[in-house]
Design a protein around this ligand. Structure first.
Ligand code: AMP
Length: 422
């Protein structure tokens, strides 16, 4: 019996009948992001493991549980990228942009890999559309990202998104907050789930993100980070972001408990949710990461900000809203029908010549009868059908049928191109 090998769980095939929607979203992304001044970057799907450990953070779920890590033949530990910000910053530094031209606006579209439990909207290979603004600390850049977010979701007919916004402080003020949070949670640990106990030791801020219903009463009353942020820097930064969003008429909800799962965020953080998505309602997320360029060996003063949207979640929301795009039909200009080997050989050559001259041409190569080929020609919606049977072989001519008008003519094969180009 033949060996039946299935695809890896959580890594989906994207079939030809689904591709039109992918192309639609990708084309809108390129058009819009470039209008906002972003250029595309493509980085490899794998990197040295250390890059993600250092940037995403040692205590995060991604690094502790979800990375696809392997040792290659040179005994190097490599990891399939779980996200792309780290890779983009690595490329920025490796190619000396921080020296040559520190301010850069880049975008990417591509697959990411996380070993999560597969479920609706959660895959092990998924795709993200993201941007990174490197070398800028101005709060207006954060507001610009959110204005791009709003425009993007409008362009793909998902205008009912909600923006959740928070400010998680910086290296100066966050330790003070962490101290206050620790103090508050210490006496309430018994009321929290097991995961939260681990988070308490490893990454206490993540407790605020806990989705367990039983933990919520304690978390909801926890001190909020906004009360601890330094007023001159982080506080002012937050005010400017909010002010610019209001200036552009962009609505948002402040969520004082949102901290995000990755360690590198500073100041602005945001999440984009869509009501059609149910439990996995986050369609995208992002924020500022002012320390990452410095942490990866670049200049400390270069700030950065970015976001990533989940492609599969975008497609899920589009499906729920019944925005599906029809499979692109190829509608050839011409379908070539042949009777017998000789005719097939001559049509095979003509097929190539026509394609080389910009014509979309098709022919049957499965040895079907003339009748079956005529059916395929009809089904393909070709503008013309060319028939080369016994008579045509003898006369050296071909029969060209105009499928719309129902007319046919006998002509020299060399003349076919002129009619098609017309
Ligand atoms: P993150 O990089 O975790 O901030 O995620 C950004 C966005 O990527 C999320 O809002 C989701 O839309 C999407 N995403 C993250 N993880 C997955 C996953 N395992 N499967 C599908 N989409 C995901």
């Amino acid at each position: 019996m033949a060996l039946k090998i299935q695809g890896v769980k959580g890594a989906a095939d994207i079939l030809p009948q689904e591709i039109a929607t992918w192309h639609f979203v990708e084309e809108k992304t390129r058009e819009l992001f470039e209008r906002f001044g972003f250029k595309e970057i493509r980085t490899p799907v794998f990197e040295h493991t250390e890059l993600f450990v250092r940037s995403v953070g040692e205590g995060t779920d991604i690094v502790t549980k979800e990375m696809y890590t392997f040792v290659d033949k040179a005994e190097k530990s490599l990891t399939m990228r779980p996200e792309e910000t780290a890779s983009v910053v690595r490329a920025y530094l490796q190619h000396s942009y921080h020296v040559k031209e520190p301010f850069q606006k880049w975008y990417y579209i591509g697959p990411m890999f996380r070993r999560e439990r597969p479920q609706a909207g959660r895959q092990r290979q998924f795709h993200q559309i993201g941007v990174e603004v490197l070398g800028g600390s101005d709060p207006q850049l954060d507001a610009e990202l959110l204005s791009l977010t709003v425009q993007f979701f409008e362009a793909i007919s998902l205008n009912d998104i909600e923006i959740k916004l928070n400010n998680v402080g910086c290296n100066q003020c966050r330790p003070k907050y962490i101290g206050a949070l620790k103090e508050y949670l210490k006496s309430r640990l018994a009321k929290l789930c097991e995961d939260c106990h681990v988070r308490f030791e490893k990454n206490i801020l993540r407790i605020l993100d806990c989705k367990n219903k039983d933990c919520r009463p304690v978390i909801d009353k926890a001190p909020v980070i906004l009360d601890s942020i330094c007023p001159d820097l982080c506080g002012r930064h937050y005010e400017v972001v909010k002010n610019r969003l209001k200036l552009l008429g962009i609505t948002f909800t402040e969520d004082p408990h949102m901290v995000r799962g990755l360690d590198y965020y500073t100041r602005t953080v945001f999440e984009i949710v869509h009501p059609a998505l149910g439990a996995q309602d986050a369609i995208g997320a992002g924020g500022r990461y002012d320390n990452l360029i410095g942490d990866l060996g670049g200049p400390k003063e270069l700030g950065a900000t970015g976001f990533a949207f989940g492609m599969e979640r975008i497609l899920m929301a589009l499906t729920k809203k019944n925005v599906t795009l029809k499979e692109k039909s190829l509608n050839p200009d011409i379908f070539l029908v042949s009777l017998g080997e000789d005719a097939s050989k001559q049509n095979f050559k003509l097929l190539y010549d026509l394609r080389c001259r910009g014509i979309t041409a098709e022919m049957d190569m499965t040895g079907r009868s003339v009748k079956a080929q005529m059916r395929s020609a009809n089904k393909s919606n070709a503008r013309f059908t060319l028939i080369r049977g016994e008579d045509e072989i003898k006369s050296g001519k071909v029969t060209l049928k105009n499928m719309k008008e129902g007319t046919e003519e006998s002509l020299d094969p060399d003349k076919v191109i002129n009619i098609l180009k017309y």
